[in-house]
Design a protein around this ligand. Structure first.
Ligand code: ATP
Ligand code: MN
Length: 480
């Protein structure tokens, strides 16, 4: 057996009692032929390994370069240096992998996030990305724990699908037909997808919701947590072409139940990350504060990262209707002074991210749940309200991010649903299986979708979504 190592994070919590341990990791720095700062990814804190002068031969010492990988056995002793409680006094050093320190792209200096995106295969080895990905893990684990503890069933919805949940999403096509112009055609010149692998046109899923509803209308409460794909050509700091979405769907829930669950869920996973990745959040808080030092005062966050997270956990989200939001925006000085790029034209308009951010960041200064949107700007499956104009939709807006959750109570009345599908040109024949849930024991139900990367952005304070997913897919970019 090779791996009998102690992880550095664990080791740093032990008392130094001359105990013999083995560690493995990568060299961050090597000073004076005596001090190795070793990192193994379990924490940003490096282990200081002390090499007694004269004990190791020169040939070995030369091979201890930045990013070389080492296996070291030694004893744990109190540190004489400042900044750490313990040192590892090396007895045996084995080089697992050499590294040409000169050619290694990560030099011990500050690199920009943009540069690190170009070497995304190595950026995990920086403190920033070490922290981001450990926090991301913590949040992912919390997602499962939250739903599992509430008796939800984790449902895996298909990645390849023939349906488009949003009605008009930009989708990636999935096909095995040749792309060189020789694909079989119909008499009208269009591609004959009957000849394709699945005997029909298919695409990568934009949402697991419709299938999720099938699960919820039998199992009760389900959630999905998987990748979704959108070929939207929006090059923003909040959009990816491939992102992970959490979509719970609950039987016997109305819109208010839905909001309550979403709010509880967001607070829970934030709290979980604070309790289990506190050290990494401390690091990220400092990183953000340093980054913001270069910004003008009015562009800086009012609260530090951890303060912000605590604030979100300890305060109720503001809940207002779309109609109230439009009134607030219309009456705002910001609008009157024509400071919005898209002026508030009135009821019925779709809210832009600048409007959403004004509401959360300037007006309420806390997360906001907006509900009851005009039916024209929302999907066909949302439950129609009595007023005939709005639907039981809700979006949750977060400071610094904008929309983080989109959800609704679903239209459970067959007639209403079919009528709305006709009005919106959604082909009812193709969704016969979806409509069956309304034919055979229909129930009130609701659900929402939370974009996982936007949540990770919110918790880590990273301003670009490309920096919270290991290998971002965006327009023009699919390296690694
Ligand atoms: P937006 O208006 O920001 O594009 P949307 O209205 O298209 O969002 P939904 O279709 O409601 O979003 O998707 C549910 C959630 O998925 C959103 O609230 C958001 O958190 C996340 N999301 C949507 N599109 C993306 C994307 N391209 N990249 C990352 N996350 C996304
Ligand atoms: Mn979108």
């Amino acid at each position: 057996m090779f791996n009998k190592r102690t992880k550095i994070k664990e080791l740093l919590s032990q008392e130094p009692k001359n105990q013999l341990v083995t560690v493995m990791g990568w060299v961050r720095t090597f000073r004076n032929n005596q001090f190795v700062a070793l990192n193994d990814g379990s924490t940003n804190t490096n282990l200081q390994v002390v090499l007694e002068l004269g004990k190791f031969n020169d040939n070995l010492l030369k091979r201890i370069t930045t990013s070389a990988s080492l296996k070291i056995t030694g004893t744990v002793v109190p540190s004489l240096g400042k900044g750490q409680k313990i040192d590892l006094k090396a007895a045996v050093i084995e080089i697992l992998g050499d590294s040409d320190g000169e050619k290694y792209p990560l030099q011990p200096k500050k690199h920009s996030l943009e540069f690190l995106r170009e070497i995304a295969h190595l950026r995990f080895r920086t403190n920033t990305f070490g922290s981001v990905f450990r926090v991301r893990h913590s949040l992912a684990f919390a997602v499962h724990k939250f739903f599992n503890d509430k008796g939800f069933v984790y449902m895996h919805t298909p990645i390849i699908t023939a349906s488009d949940a949003e009605g008009a999403g930009e989708m990636f096509k999935v096909t095995t037909l040749p792309l060189d112009g020789t694909a079989p055609k119909n008499s009208d010149g269009t591609i004959n997808f009957k000849e394709d692998f699945f005997g029909r046109a298919t695409n990568l899923t934009v949402s697991g919701q419709l299938e999720g509803e099938l699960g919820a209308t039998a199992l009760g409460d389900i959630y999905t947590f998987g990748p979704t794909f959108r070929a939207e050509n929006s090059n923003t700091a909040r959009h990816l072409a491939e992102f992970w979405m959490i979509e719970p769907e609950m039987a016997f829930y109305d819109l208010e139940d839905n909001m309550n669950l979403a709010e509880e869920f967001i607070k829970y996973i934030i709290k979980y990350a604070m309790d289990n990745a506190g050290e990494d959040l401390e690091f990220l808080k400092q990183r953000l504060a340093d980054e913001e030092k270069s910004l003008p005062q009015d562009k800086r966050s009012e609260m530090g990262l951890i303060e912000k997270l605590e604030f979100v956990c300890n305060n109720n989200f503001e809940r207002i209707t779309y109609t109230e939001a439009i009134d607030i925006l219309k009456e705002s000085n910001h609008n009157k002074k024509k400071k919005f790029q898209f002026p508030i034209t009135g009821w019925g308009m779709d809210l832009q991210s600048e409007h959403e951010r004004y509401l959360v960041e300037k007006h309420f200064k806390k997360p906001v749940i907006l509900s009851d949107y005009p039916k024209e700007i929302k999907a066909f499956y949302m439950r129609q309200n009595e007023d005939g104009k709005t639907v039981a939709a809700m979006d949750i807006l977060a400071p610094g991010i904008g929309e983080i959750v989109g959800g609704s109570q679903r239209e459970e009345r067959l007639e209403n649903l079919v009528r709305r599908m006709k009005e919106m040109n959604v082909p009812a024949e193709e969704l016969w299986w979806y409509l069956d849930t309304r034919r055979f024991g229909t129930i009130p139900h609701a659900g929402f979708g939370l974009g996982f990367e936007r949540m990770v952005q919110f918790v880590t304070g990273m301003s670009n979504i490309r920096d919270v997913i290991s290998f971002p897919r965006t327009p023009g970019s699919a390296e690694f």
